[in-house]
Design a protein. Sequence first.
Length: 184
Amino acid sequence: MFARKGEDGASLRGGPSTPRTPLRLTDAVYVFVLIALGGFIAHAAAETAAPPVHIVTSGSDLKWGPPPPMIPKCAEAAILDGDPFKQGAPFTVRLKLPDGCKFGPHWHPTDENVTVISGTLGAGMGDTFDPAKGQLIDAGGFVRMPTGMHHFAWAKGATIVQVHGVGPLEFSYVNPADDPRNQH
Ligand SMILES: [Cu+2]
């Protein structure tokens, strides 16, 4: 009545005395479990590779450094988020400008969004640097320069601005002499 050890072994190997259907069901269950497990692992790996972006930075934690080469050397820069030089990628940077630090007439390949954090930024349109044709924007103010629009800017007093947009952040200067890359 009771199966001996040898018969159990034959049953596990799927010998001729064993009905085939239960084995197939077992196989199906294993396959299902493997697929489910594989999916779970792949999902977990994907989450590890690209975690949700969550950034909290105190103003005192910003790391200021020299500006990128296309930005006037009088400025200091800090990257808050993203890669300003990556095509199609959003970015947010801050620029710290001493009094009188100026940007000659220039334009950008993408829209430029500028928020004045502190101090006063002067900005105007056109191909000639002329503060009389610009306007002053105080802390909290915002400027949006559409792609390709020629404009100029300067700091009135020590000023910090935040620039955000979609990369690449690039400056094309109307007068080559205004391009810091040409100033040695
Ligand atoms: Cu600009």
